[in-house]
Structure formats: C-alpha cells, structure tokens
Write a protein that binds this ligand. Structure first.
Ligand code: AMP
Ligand code: ZN
Length: 305
C-alpha cells in the first residue's frame, strides 16, 4: 500500500508550493500568494480602523541593531548574518579555481557585512521610535510586515526558513500595551472562528538557546509573557502556532531607551501573524483549491469565488 503523502507532498502535487532544493524555502503559486495577500488585507483592516502607522522594511537590518536588541544572546541558532566577497582580482581567481573543483574553501573569503536578516517584523521599529523622542500620551501603534529569516530547516511546510510575518506593535505604558495584547487574544479567537478554523490559545515560550535559555523560557511561561493561537495543520495532536501575543515588558524600551510621555521606560507588546501558516491552515482545513472553499470563508477573506 502506498504511504499517505505528507502535507508538503500534497502541496507540491497541487502546485501551491514549489521546491527550491532547500528545506523550508519554497516558491509559491498565484493561488497560494493570493490567499496570503487576502489574509494580510483582512488583518490590516483592524489597524486601518485604529490609524496604526504602517511601516515596511526590507528583510535585512543593521546587524548591530539586532545585537543591541539581544537577539544573539537569546537566539543565536536562528540568526542569519550576511557575508560577501570583499577580495581583489587575485582572490577572485582563487575563488573561481576552488569553485571549479568543488572546493568549499572559497567560502573562507566571504566576509561579514553590516547586515543581518530580519528575524521578526518588529525589530526595525524600536530604534526608529527611540530616535523620535518621548512617546505621545496615548502611546504608539504600528502595522509592520516583513519577510523573516530563521535558520530552522524542516520538512514541515509550516516551519520555513524564510516566511512573511505581519505584526501589530504597541509601545507605551504597561497598562496600554497589556490592554492591547489581551484584547487581541480575544479578537484572534473571533477572527479564526470567522475562517472556520478550530483554534486554541495557550501560554508559550520562545526557543531561547542553551542551558540558560531553559531558565528564560520557564520564566517567560511563568510570567505569561507569550501566548500563541494554535491550529492543527500538519499534525492533529500537535497544533501549529499561527499567531503569537507577546508582551516584552521593558526589554526593548531599555535596549533603545524609549521613554513614555511621562519619562518612564516604555513597555512594548506585539501580535505576530505567520501569513504562510494561516494560509497553510486554510488549505489544510478547506481543501487545496480555493474555488471549493466554503462561501463564508471566502467572504471573510474578501475573495471573489
Ligand atoms: P514568533 O515571533 O516566533 O511568535 O512568530 C510569530 C509568528 O510567525 C508565529 O506565530 C508563526 O505564525 C510565524 N512563524 C514563526 N516561525 C515560523 C517559521 N519558521 N515558518 C513560518 N512561520 C513562522
Ligand atoms: Zn514582534
């Protein structure tokens, strides 16, 4: 008997995702991309209604800014830094000779640049806010979206190395940012109900690196700093986080010296949406062809049937 094709094999067979030779890196078809854009537009409505400031950045950022944000302390295993050839003509000839004989030694000539790949859409926002001076009394609300890199190759299509994250970022007093985060935990559930997707919200932790990381993860859970909205996608028993609700306390406020209207260190929170993960959840539950999706789901997404 033939083995049941994995979800990734089904997505390849339907032409929704295209293999690139790298686990966790996929090409996408028009149908897939249209679903992603419809999700992004639907999510964007909440921010438009609240006059969130929309900011977009390229998927790379100043490496030093990522260092200052503490990313390499917490997640060195996920970070991607950009390297480039910086040699002269002689170095170039040596490089080509190595390549001809398949010798990876040419990589020794790749030198670090000042760039790192953006690991979450909100990182570029904090230093920019800090440069603006004190926050207004009502705090700030941003709508950001970026391609994000995380070095976590996998055959699970929901775990990509490059994916698109949309986020709402709230910066202000502890009361302001917690109200935002907790409100979204309710609204997120409602949103997924309107997409006919089963979901649960649970306390979560980030994948902090190493032995000291275990302590950080435990404390993050204990303090209920992170929640995730989970939907069964590739594994019915182990649902996938499609959305996260993160309270950072004063971590970014301290790192960038962001001050509230009253001069206190600002607190921050962000709501992250994995656009591909939400699309993959929809394809999993409603079928691999959007033309056969339930009318109410298509209507919620604003798709014409
Ligand atoms: P996080 O900052 O880890 O909470 O990520 C925010 C959201 O991005 C998650 O809830 C996921 O939906 C999505 N996400 C995180 N990592 C990946 C990945 N490797 N592949 C695809 N989506 C991801
Ligand atoms: Zn964030």
């Amino acid at each position: 008997m033939d083995a049941v094709p994995s979800y990734l094999e089904q997505l390849y067979a339907a032409g929704l995702l295209l293999p690139t030779g790298v686990d966790g890196l996929y090409g996408r078809s028009r149908m897939f991309e249209e679903v992603v854009e419809h999700i992004a537009t639907r999510l964007g409505r909440w921010g438009r209604e609240r006059k969130a400031e929309l900011l977009r950045f390229p998927p790379a950022m100043q490496r030093d800014r990522l260092v200052r944000a503490g990313y390499f302390k917490s997640f060195p295993q996920l970070a991607g830094t950009v390297h480039a050839f910086c040699g002269n003509d002689r170095d170039h000839r040596a490089m080509l000779r190595c390549m001809e004989v398949g010798d990876d030694a040419w990589l020794d000539q790749q030198e670090p640049t000042d760039l790192a790949l953006t690991p979450a859409a909100c990182y570029p926002v904090y230093p920019i806010v800090a440069q603006r001076g004190r926050l207004p009394a009502s705090g700030l609300l941003f709508d950001v979206r970026s391609w994000c890199f995380r070095r976590e190759p996998s055959l699970d299509p929901t775990r990509m190395q490059l994916f698109q994250m949309q986020e709402y970022v709230r910066i202000g007093s502890p009361v302001q940012v917690l109200e935002f985060r907790d409100g979204w935990m309710e609204y997120g559930r409602h949103l997924f109900a309107t997409l006919d997707l089963p979901c649960e919200v649970d306390v979560a932790n980030d994948p902090f690196f190493g032995r000291s990381g275990k302590v950080l993860a435990d404390s993050q859970r204990e303090q209920k700093f992170k929640f995730e909205l989970l939907v069964p996608v590739t594994n019915a028993e182990k649902p996938t986080a499609v959305m996260s609700f993160n309270y950072h306390g004063d971590h970014f406020g301290q790192a960038w010296n962001i001050r509230t209207y009253d001069g206190d260190v600002a607190h921050t929170a962000c709501i992250g949406f994995g656009l591909e993960r939400i699309a993959l959840a929809l394809f999993r539950h409603h079928g691999l062809d959007t033309r056969a999706w339930p009318a109410d789901v298509s209507a919620t997404l604003g798709q014409s049937a």
